[in-house]
Ligand binder design. Structure first.
Ligand code: GTP
Ligand code: MG
Length: 427
């Protein structure tokens, strides 16, 4: 079967800094025929020339000069590879805390994730600690709707391929994932070495105690998510271009519903209406766009100033909801002190970034206890919060439009909380 016929899945690789995401991704591409022997030899030579031989697989993806010199991923890298069953777009995300914003963007586009955790002494512990990114990434993935998940217990070579270390990590990680709402029956924990290639494609002979699937076998157990074509159209705008001879072209990914030429659409929160002239995907005109399609479309009578990143497109008959206020279930993951009513961080929902006030702390859920109208929220607390945007924005109920009903709360360069929208009071 050629890649055109195989079902497609977007896969993001996440995890704490240096746990081996780029190395594993590069190696998977190599094993699936995405990189030739010759190219690999070239990367190896380049990496060795600056004393970073062990980074040869990471270099396939870390193309920026700064990334190679520092040995960290900064921006997202997109690659394609095929397994027996699927055609994957693989997104290698950065683990460093300074680049979580890029990680969020990558994760919001994914159907499935590999969480890479290192089995190296002290490395797993650093990742899972309060200041590490392992738990933050797992929770963000869950919040952003990535329900298919696999944990790569990586760098098993550093743990002498010992079962004890694997079980220790599986138990501790499993507890956290369960707390975040993952169904552990559906999460594989694969012991592997991204560098040496153990359990990536073929079963490793060094871990006879492990009976589960390899990474590639586990990827083939994922399912293609059902396309929500019956729901009203929602398309968060990523960008807006002006193209000579065509005009203003908003670009974005269809989350729900179907868009066709001649449709009467509305851009919220502004309320600007327009008629769709043509739709393009991968530089080709298409007769209709469905959920998952990344498209650009031209509209009659639309000027560049009528639309901007963060707007949401719907049909004029079923417009996206502009929120006067909304109630959310919020989980605090990392705040340096405490959150009180009045707190106004930026939330990321769809493609929008808007400052939103925590107007009222309605209820707190902490360690099995609930408290009405708490004075503060701290790390680890769950809460029901009434929130008021400081400017017009589209927010939907999570139960109706998951993609526009969940958000990350960012402040001081980090993700302090994540949330799910329970109810919206329209403007
Ligand atoms: P960021 O993108 O910056 O978060 O890092 P990353 O997770 O992509 O890690 P990367 O692949 O850049 O690898 C980090 C370091 O770990 C490099 O020195 C790699 O050679 C090493 N490494 C990666 N995988 C393995 C492995 O399976 N075993 C061992 N021993 N080292 C590994
Ligand atoms: Mg990397």
């Amino acid at each position: 079967m050629s890649s055109k016929e195989k079902p497609h899945l977007n896969l993001v690789i996440i995890g704490h800094v240096d746990h081996g995401k780029s190395t594993m991704t590069g190696h998977l591409l190599y094993l699936c025929g995405g990189i030739s022997e010759r190219e690999m030899a070239k990367y190896e030579k380049e990496a060795e020339s600056i004393g970073r031989g062990s980074f040869k697989f990471a270099w396939v993806l870390d193309k920026l000069k700064e990334e190679r010199e520092r040995g960290v991923t900064i921006d997202l890298a997109f690659y394609k590879f095929e397994t027996n069953k699927y055609y994957f777009t693989i997104i290698d995300a950065p683990g460093h805390r300074d680049f979580v914003k890029n990680m969020i963007t990558g994760t919001s586009q994914a159907d499935a994730a590999i969480l890479v955790v290192s089995a190296g002494t002290g490395e797993f512990e650093a990742g899972i600690s309060a200041t590490g990114q392992t738990r933050e990434h797992a929770l963000l993935a869950k919040t952003l709707g990535v329900d298919q998940f696999l944990v790569a217990v990586n760098k098993m070579d550093l743990a002498d391929y010992k079962q004890e270390r694997y079980e220790e990590i599986k138990n501790e990680m499993g507890r956290e994932l369960k707390r975040f709402g993952f169904n552990l029956d559906k999460v594989e924990f694969v012991p592997c070495s991204g560098m040496d290639g153990d359990n990536l494609k073929d079963k490793s002979t060094k871990m006879p105690w492990y009976k589960g699937p390899t990474i590639l076998e586990a990827l083939d157990q994922f399912e293609v998510p059902k396309k929500p074509i019956d729901k009203p159209l929602r398309l968060p705008v990523q960008d807006v271009y002006t193209i000579t001879g065509i005009g203003t072209v908003p670009v974005g990914r269809v989350e729900t519903g179907i868009l066709k030429p001649n449709d009467e659409v509305i851009f919220q929160p502004t309320g600007k209406k327009a008629k769709v002239m043509s739709i393009e995907m991968h530089h080709e005109q298409i007769p209709k766009a469905e959920p998952g399609d990344n498209i650009g479309f031209s509209c009659k009578g639309l000027s560049k100033k009528d639309v901007r990143r963060g707007d949401v497109v719907g049909h004029a008959t079923k417009p996206p909801t502009v929120a006067a206020e909304f109630t959310a279930q919020v989980q605090v993951i990392r705040h340096p002190s405490a959150i009180a009513a009045g707190y106004t961080p930026v939330i990321h929902a769809g493609t929008a970034q808007v400052a939103v006030r925590f107007a009222e702390l309605v209820k707190k859920m902490s360690k099995g206890q609930t408290e009405d109208k708490p004075a503060f929220l701290k790390n680890g607390d769950g809460a029901v919060v009434k929130m008021i945007p400081t400017r017009d924005m589209v927010i939907e109920k999570y139960s109706e439009f998951p993609e526009l009903g969940r958000f990350a709360v960012r402040d001081m360069g980090q993700t302090v909380a994540v949330g799910i929208v329970k109810d919206v009071v329209p403007k």
